[in-house]
Design a protein around this ligand. Structure first.
Ligand SMILES: *Cc1c(COP(=O)(O)O)cnc(C)c1O
Length: 466
């Protein structure tokens, strides 16, 4: 009877065999992640058309599934671990992080409560404590993990609103709250405000100086005129390492204003925060210890597989007061050491993400990670120096981190043409931006596989394609 023999999971022997095959594929791939095209040559819909319209009724052999992974899926991938990936922010995973991901899926814990996952809950506290120390942030920062910086920043704005307007939990938000960020801030700030019903017209994009850093005087003036109009300023989001140019807002001066005005200060350091690991660059985090919340993404520059965003706040009590709703089936005994992370965020279910950060931090150690980041800073400087020395090109922004924004001294059209040729070549993958109304190319370093020959090859390619 089928009651005694229900259909089950993959048999252990089969798992072992294909597990070895998958690990071999991963190891081969990581030995030379630059072999394939970094960006696929297909137009949108190509993969959809190549796959069946319906899922299979009967199971298929693993051989066929893995063959299709190799022959169909991988060729349609933009390869983020590729050393010629210079787009967006160049991020990569790493061996220990990849191994941890397999173990996370194996345990399949849901970290909503301490009781549902003691190890996930406590390792989240331990790893974020280590990271806080590595970055030189104060001990009063309570840490928790989210999927992305967008989610972390959303929670920061939510906490800021709860602080300014505790009655919003019951009554909903009253109109008139105003949030401030720079014109260079990441779109996740505005999106967080949108999602919380703050309204786009209540997000002030404060002007920047010539180095793309928020102008604190302009911030002070905007707050003053909003107060005069009987509006209610409640939150300022500063950025350490903007996405456009890695500019660093003057956080100490912004913190002065926030303290004077009684506003919540959130620092978005999704990428740039990692410079806190380097004693000689830690000054980029000056003033961040005065923020009420802070976000840094180990999946950006700490070689941790996507997704892992570290969110810190000095006021977990405010978040909890705003969000905690405990249905009876999730009620557990009150033990002060048992944190239930579901009380501090929107998601109930939470992946065991801390395991991959723990593997990465332990396997490499702080000094090795700092050395890789230093190498990226040197490579960026090296590339920027060559751009600056060639009078057909110009740098479009200072290079304080590992991103170089540059362009041909020519029309936008010529720059766009160069950009299209570069990406069509499959030899490098770039992203673009518009800075001060002009088209610029972004050359981002930060991938664990990037070496000087990659930079040399791409600089040569750029000069042959103009
Ligand atoms: C990448 C980035 C974000 C968004 O990160 P996600 O984790 O993809 O949401 C936000 N802010 C800055 C400064 C970033 O560089």
């Amino acid at each position: 009877m089928s009651l005694n023999l229900p259909p089950g999971d993959m048999p252990a022997e089969e798992f072992r065999r294909f597990g070895h095959e998958v690990v071999d594929w991963i190891a081969d791939y990581l030995t030379d992640p630059g072999q394939m095209r970094v960006f696929p040559p297909f137009s949108p819909g190509h993969l959809v058309d190549a796959l069946p319209a319906s899922g299979p009724g009967e199971g298929e052999p693993m051989e066929r599934i893995l063959a299709d992974f190799r022959d169909l899926i991988v060729p349609h991938c933009t390869l983020w671990n590729h050393p010629r990936f210079f787009s967006y922010f160049s991020v990569s995973s790493s061996g220990p992080g990849i191994l941890a991901e397999a173990l996370i899926a194996t345990l399949n814990m849901n970290g909503m409560l301490w009781r549902s996952s003691p190890a996930a809950t406590e390792l989240e506290q331990v790893t974020l404590g280590w990271l806080r120390e590595w970055l030189g942030l104060p001990e009063r920062f309570f840490g928790m993990i989210h999927d992305t910086a967008s989610t972390s920043t959303f929670h920061a704005i939510l906490a800021a609103r709860a602080m300014a307007e505790p009655e919003s939990r019951e009554r909903g938000s009253a109109p008139g709250l105003v949030l401030y960020t720079s014109e260079q801030a990441h779109s996740s700030v505005e999106k967080g405000a949108l999602a919380l019903g703050i309204g786009r017209q209540n997000v002030r994009r404060i002007p920047c100086d010539a180095a793309f850093q928020m102008r604190p005087e302009a911030l002070g003036e905007a707050i003053g005129s909003d107060r005069a109009a009987a509006l209610r300023p409640f939150c300022v989001v500063a950025t350490v390492g903007t996405t456009a140019t890695t500019a660093i807002d003057p956080v100490p001066a912004i913190a002065d204003i926030c303290e004077r005005e009684g506003l919540w200060l959130h620092v978005d350091a999704a990428y740039g925060g990692h410079l806190g690991l380097l004693p000689e660059r830690r000054h980029v985090l000056a003033g961040c210890d005065r923020a009420q919340s802070f976000v840094v993404n180990p999946h950006k520059w700490l070689f941790t597989p996507i997704d892992l965003s570290a969110f810190y706040t000095t006021r977990p009590d405010v978040l909890r007061g705003a969000l905690s709703l405990v249905p009876e089936y999730l009620r557990s005994a009150d033990d002060p050491r048992a944190i239930n992370f579901m009380d501090y965020g929107v998601p109930l279910g939470r992946r065991f993400r801390s395991l991959k950060l723990w593997f990465v931090m332990r396997y490499f150690g702080r000094n090795h990670i700092a050395a890789i980041i230093r190498h990226h800073l040197e490579l960026a400087r090296y590339f920027a120096d060559q751009v600056a020395a060639d009078d057909r090109f110009e740098l479009c922004a200072p290079v304080p981190m590992s991103l170089v924004c540059f362009r041909l001294r020519d029309s936008d059209e010529a720059n766009r043409r160069l950009f299209d040729r570069l990406n069509a070549s499959g030899e490098g993958f770039f992203s673009h931006n518009v800075l001060e109304g002009r088209f610029v190319l972004r050359f981002a370093l930060g991938n664990i596989h990037q070496r000087r020959p990659d930079v040399d090859a791409v600089w040569k390619l750029i000069r042959t394609l103009i």
